[in-house]
Design a protein around this ligand. Sequence first.
Ligand code: FES
Length: 128
Amino acid sequence: MLAEDMYREQILDYYRHPRNFGTLDAANARAADWNPVCGDKMEMFVAVANNRISDIKFMGSGCAISISSASLLTEAVKGKHIDEAIKLDNDAFISELGVTLSPVRRKCALLGLKVLKMALVNYLSTAP
Ligand code: FES
């Protein structure tokens, strides 16, 4: 199996069985946004403790790329310092997905990251 096929399989698996999908009562940071290209929406619920992401969940309706990349993202950032999560680079995140994406598909893949950063910025602007 080629590496790109392997990543495609992983994307489909994360789409069919999204990890960290749902809401989070303990969330003290949240944000929602949509992909202007298709109108699909995503919401992130983040629990921040000691400036680290202690838990995270997301809700959304979207394509396989948006749901699976949001799902992968939630796994990747759990435990990370919020400064580190805010600085996550779009291109680096896309390359972690391991598949070649058109500009339209890039927007799908980056929706979760965009909403996560919005949630953390919201948190920082309201944190005591
Ligand atoms: Fe809507 Fe991908 S087509 S997020």
